[in-house]
Write a protein that binds this ligand. Structure first.
Ligand code: SAH
Length: 465
C-alpha cells in the first residue's frame, strides 16, 4: 500500500485552494460539499466560480500566492497551470506538515484525492495511487451502477439506531451479527423502498426480539477454486466477506484470502505433503469450538470442498455436534486446469467420459483400478499425481494403454505461474524429471490432450511445451 486511505473532517475548518480556473473549480466544489471554510487565492478567478464562492461565504483573495498563506490551514490544494507556483505551494505546506494536493503532479503531493461514489453518508473512495486516474474512474463508473442510490438512506437509518443497538447488545460481535441480519433483511428493504416509518418500526421490533438471544455461530465450507481469484463463486465471496474467522489450506491463493475482512482472524491449517500443520481431527474440533463461540467461520478449501478435499469429514463432525453449516461448491482443479490449458475433458470424437482419481501413494504403492483407467475414449484426470508419476505411467502402459497416449501435466493451473508440459505416457516422467516442476500439479491423460495445440489460449506468462 502506497497511501493510507483516510476520510478527513474539514467541516468549518480552514482550507486553501490556490488557483481560480476550471480545475480549481472542481476541487472547490468538493471542499464546499464537505463544509470547508474556504479561502481561494488566484490573481484571476473565473466569473461563474467567483459567484459561487461569494454565495458559499468563501474568502477570495485576488492576488498571487505567498508562502505564508498556508499558515493554519487543514488542507491545501494547488490547482494552477503554473508549475513554479504549484511547487511553491507544495513546499510551503509540506514545511508545516499540512497535507497538500497538487492537481496532476503526484511528486508534489503529500495527499491525493480519490475518485468517489457519493451516497452520503456512505462514501466509496477509489484511488490508483496516481498510476491511472482513468482506471480509477472506470471502476467508479462500475460501482456507481452497482450501489443503489438509496444506500445513503439506509446508512442514515442505521445511524439513527446506532446508540440504541449499542446499549442493547453488549458484545461487538453480537452487534455486528445483528446489523448484518438487519441490513440483509426486511427493515433494509423497506428503507431502500423509501418507506422509512415502516423501516423504523421493523427495526425497533428486531431490537426487542433479539436482545436476549445469544447467537450461535455457523460454519461455511467454501470452495475457493483452483487459484485464479476470479474463479470464486459470488456466494463464496459473499460468505468470505462475512467471516469472523477463516481457516485456509495451502492451496488457497493469498489474493483470495485478501478478500476476507481485514479484521477477520486467519488460521493456516494447510497440509503440505507429509507435513501436516494441524491434524484432520484437530481441524474438525477447531471448527466446532469457533462456532460455539458464536463466530462465523469460513473453512476455505482449494478447488471444490467435496473433491479430494476431505470436506465431507469436516462437516460430519459439525453435523454430529449440531452446528449449522453450509457448503459452497468451487471450481475443481480438473475444470480449472482443463479450461486454462485448452484441453477439453470430453469431446465428441475423443472422449465420452472422464474420471477423476487420486494418485496419492498409500504406503508407497498406488491402489487404483488400472484396468478401468485404460478404457478407450475416456479421459483420466489424476490429482496429487506428481510423486507417483513414473508409477502411474508404467501401470497405465502395463495395463494396455498405448505408450504414445498423450498426457499433460498442468502446473499451478489458472495462476500467472501456470505451465503445461505435454508428452506421452512413455515420455512424460523423463520430461518432468528434467524440469523444475512445482506443486500443485494435475495430470490429464487421453486423446483430448492433442487438442491443446489448437485450443490453448492462456499462457500464464511462463510459456509451455
Ligand atoms: N479440492 C481440490 C483438490 C484437493 S487435492 C479441488 O477440487 O481441486 C490437491 C490436488 O489438487 C493437488 O495435488 C493437485 O493435483 C490438484 N490441484 C489443486 N489446485 C491445482 C492447480 N491450481 N493446478 C494444478 N493442480 C491443482
Amino acid at each position: 500500500m502506497d497511501y493510507l486511505p483516510l476520510f478527513l473532517n474539514v467541516r468549518d475548518q480552514p482550507c486553501l485552494v490556490v488557483g481560480g480556473g476550471e480545475v480549481a473549480a472542481r476541487k472547490i466544489g468538493l471542499l464546499l460539499r464537505a463544509g470547508a471554510r474556504l479561502t481561494v487565492i488566484a490573481p484571476q478567478v473565473d466569473a461563474a466560480l467567483a459567484a459561487t464562492l461569494v454565495e458559499a461565504g468563501a474568502t477570495v483573495l485576488p492576488r498571487k500566492f505567498a508562502s505564508d498563506d498556508v499558515q493554519g490551514q487543514r488542507l491545501v490544494i494547488a490547482a494552477t497551470s503554473d508549475i513554479a507556483v504549484n511547487a511553491a505551494v507544495s513546499e510551503a505546506a509540506q514545511a508545516l506538515n499540512i497535507p497538500v494536493n497538487v492537481v496532476d503532479q503526484l511528486d508534489l503531493c503529500s495527499a491525493i484525492l480519490p475518485s468517489i461514489v457519493d451516497r452520503s453518508p456512505l462514501l466509496i473512495a477509489i484511488s490508483s495511487g496516481g498510476n491511472s486516474p482513468v482506471l480509477a474512474r472506470m471502476l467508479k463508473a462500475r460501482i456507481e451502477s452497482l450501489v443503489p442510490a438509496a444506500y445513503g438512506r439506509l446508512a442514515l437509518l442505521a445511524g439513527e439506531f446506532r446508540q440504541q443497538v449499542k446499549a442493547r447488545f453488549a458484545g461487538f460481535g453480537q452487534r455486528r451479527a445483528f446489523w448484518e441480519r438487519v441490513l440483509d433483511g426486511p427493515a433494509a428493504e423497506l428503507a431502500l423502498a423509501g418507506n422509512l416509518d415502516a423501516a423504523r418500526r421493523e427495526l425497533t421490533q428486531q431490537i426487542d426480539a433479539r436482545a436476549d438471544t445469544a447467537s450461535l455461530g455457523e460454519v461455511y465450507l467454501v470452495g475457493a477454486g483452483p487459484g485464479d481469484p476470479d474463479l470464486m463463486t459470488f456466494k463464496a465471496l459473499r460468505l468470505l466477506q462475512k467471516a469472523d474467522v477463516v481457516l485456509y489450506d495451502r492451496l488457497v491463493a493469498p489474493a483470495i484470502l485478501n478478500m476476507a475482512r481485514a479484521d477477520a482472524e486467519r488460521i493456516y491449517v494447510g497440509k503440505a505433503r507429509a507435513q501436516h500443520t494441524l491434524r484432520q481431527q484437530d481441524i474438525n474440533a477447531r471448527l466446532v469450538t469457533l462456532a460455539r463461540e458464536g463466530k462465523r467461520v469460513v473453512r476455505l478449501k482449494g478447488g471444490d470442498p467435496f473433491i479430494f478435499g476431505r470436506g465431507g469429514e469436516e462437516i460430519e463432525t459439525l453435523a454430529a455436534e449440531g452446528i449449522p453449516f453450509q457448503v459452497v461448491p468451487g471450481i475443481t482443479a480438473a475444470s480449472g486446469c482443463s479450461c486454462y490449458s485448452g484441453i477439453p475433458l470430453t469431446h465428441r470424437d475423443h472422449a465420452q467420459s472422464v474420471r477423476f482419481v487420486t494418485g496419492h501413494l498409500k504406503n508407497g504403492s498406488m491402489d487404483l483400478p488400472w484396468a478401468e483407467l485404460v478404457q478407450p475414449a475416456q479421459t483420466v484426470v489424476i490429482y496429487m499425481g506428481l510423486v507417483g508419476l513414473p508409477e502411474i505411467c508404467r501401470q497405465l502402459i502395463a495395463h494396455g494403454r498405448g505408450a504414445d497416449t498423450p498426457i499433460a501435466l498442468v502446473e499451478r493451473g489458472t495462476t500467472p505461474e501456470q505451465r503445461v508440459l505435454v508428452s506421452t505416457l512413455a515420455g512424460l516422467p523423463d520430461l518432468v524429471a528434467s524440469e523444475n516442476v512445482r506443486a500443485p500439479t494435475l495430470l490429464i491423460v487421453g486423446e483430448v490432450v492433442g487438442l491443446r495445440h489448437k485450443l490453448a489460449w492462456f499462457d500464464g506468462g511462463r510459456g509451455s511445451s
